[in-house]
Design a protein around this ligand. Structure first.
Ligand code: NDP
Length: 454
């Protein structure tokens, strides 16, 4: 490293990607500082994956209690109650614990943690307050932020950021959007007893997911009492006696205690000073990078939600690993964005990896589709009217399984293993020769024999 650089690497943003990059780079012997203005762990730990999953657990418990009756457990009328503030408090305690773990991990790796807001002055200088840090490489890992469409009354709308700290739950909530956050929070709110309406501008939510998954999830959420209002958008929000009055694009109005906008997240780049350095952007406002994560100013690299790749924690983490190795361990790795498994923690969960049926048909032409739907064993005694869907998409010519999709309890847990098989190029014959684990839902993935429409 050149002598006038205090650091080999200054990372801006201590989220999933930034922390992994900082820790691994320090492990390779680099002198590293990470600058964070808000909280260690970023969105995932503080206002994303982790608290969301805790809320999902909490909101699913009423169903477990209901299901207990079929197994002989008697729950006295009025004996069960829920206290939102306890859930929020306990969640906060857990998040603080995780913040502490992140701090220790960084310190243990020898990374300097600097609190404050960073500005990039030139390709090798970052300012934080009065301090100017000289660095051989600067990494932008500032993540993303919820974006709310500009409508009259947008100031009354909550985003996922605020949902984790609400003082109280409303009686009725409107969730605006049809992506990950919308369906996850619709499930959380509904499970916690809030009458929930989901307003989505398209004909069917979860655009980009397999068509069968989308229709199946719509049916299951509907059965649980979530009101799905498709083909409608929100025009305005105003304060009212009951809280808020929402006006839809057909003129209908809805009264509600809360409006949650889950309408996407945009890269968080404000104030970094990248525009004055001439750093190029993609059309969607994300930073343009090459395969080595270099922006148009080569000493400035970027990773995670700011570069327009899938906004998923494990993607940012992998990017951090690839980048650190390439910068400080002589690596020549590239990211592989094929077959990224993902889960949506709506209730029931979605787990998915590889291509949807439509994508596979476009890429391969002739396919074999295997599909099954059934009531999970657990619900036979409880009588719960919830079904599970499983689907395999197979390229007919090569026999390779190119997509696996599931809606049902623990879908994410199950699809993670299937993702390894798909990544390894497993054929349907390999799935068929795999012995199932009985009795599980997962075994259906190796016992589906008859393609649909065959
Ligand atoms: P998504 O991109 O998943 O969904 C945004 C939704 O908002 C879409 O349904 C979109 O509609 C709709 N929308 C966008 N703009 C408007 C508008 N102007 N008016 C009305 N509707 C609009 O974003 P989320 O906010 O749900 O989540 C952001 C990202 O975070 C996700 O894409 C995912 O990558 C990540 N995430 C991952 C999770 C997980 O792994 N479990 C959980 C939560 C988030 P349309 O489809 O018509 O464009």
């Amino acid at each position: 490293m050149s002598e006038n650089h205090e650091y080999d690497l200054v990372v801006i943003g201590a989220g999933s990607g930034g922390v992994r990059l900082a820790r691994m780079s320090a492990g390779y012997g680099a002198r590293v500082a990470v600058i964070e203005s808000r909280y260690l762990g970023g969105t995932c730990v503080n206002v994303g994956c982790v608290p969301k999953k805790l809320f999902v657990y909490g909101s699913h418990l009423p169903e477990e209690i209901e299901d207990a009756a079929g197994y002989g457990w008697e729950v006295q009328e009025g004996a069960v109650s829920f206290d939102w503030s306890t859930l929020v408090r306990n969640k906060n305690t857990e998040i603080s614990r995780l913040n502490g773990i992140y701090e220790k991990l960084l310190q243990g790796a020898g990374v300097d943690i600097i609190e404050g807001t960073a500005t990039i002055d030139d390709p090798h200088t970052v300012s934080v307050g009065d301090r100017r840090l000289r660095a051989r490489h600067i990494a932008v890992a500032t993540g993303s932020w919820p974006c709310v469409p500009e409508i009259p009354g947008a100031q009354f709308v909550k985003t996922s950021n605020e949902m984790f700290f609400l003082d109280r739950l409303p009686k009725h909530a409107i969730v605006w959007g049809g992506g990950y956050i919308a369906v996850e929070f619709a499930g959380i709110l509904n499970g916690l007893g809030v009458k929930t309406t989901l307003v989505y501008r398209g004909e069917l939510f979860l655009r980009g997911f397999d068509q069968d998954v989308r229709t199946f999830v719509a049916e299951e959420l509907g059965k649980k009492g979530i009101e799905l209002c498709f083909g409608r958008n929100i025009n305005s929000v105003a304060e009212s006696d009951e809280g808020f009055r929402v006006t839809l694009d057909n003129g209908d109005t809805l009264d509600t205690g809360l409006v949650l906008a889950a309408t996407g997240r945009k890269p968080l780049l404000d104030g970094l000073g990248l525009d004055s350095l001439g750093v190029e952007l993609n059309e969607d406002g994300s930073l343009k990078v090459d395969e080595q994560f270099r922006t148009s100013v080569p000493s400035i690299v970027a990773l995670g939600d700011v570069i327009g790749t899938p906004q998923l924690t494990p993607v940012a983490i992998r990017q951090g690993m690839v980048l650190s190795r390439n910068l400080f361990d002589g690596g020549q790795d590239r990211m592989d964005y094929e077959a990224i498994p993902t889960a949506v923690f709506c209730q029931p969960n979605i787990g998915t990896v590889g291509l949807t049926e439509d994508e596979a048909r476009e890429r391969y032409g002739v396919l074999r589709i295997y599909r099954t739907s059934f009531r999970p064993m657990k619900y036979t005694l409880s009588g719960r009217d919830e079904r599970t869907l499983m689907k395999l998409v197979v390229d007919d010519a090569s026999d390779r399984v190119v997509g696996a999709h599931m809606v049902g309890p623990d879908a994410g847990e199950i699809i993670q293993g299937i993702a390894v098989a798909i990544k390894a190029g497993a054929t349907k014959a390999v799935f068929d020769s795999t012995i199932g684990i009985h009795p599980t839902s997962a075994e259906e993935f190796v016992t589906m024999r008859q393609p649909v429409d065959a």
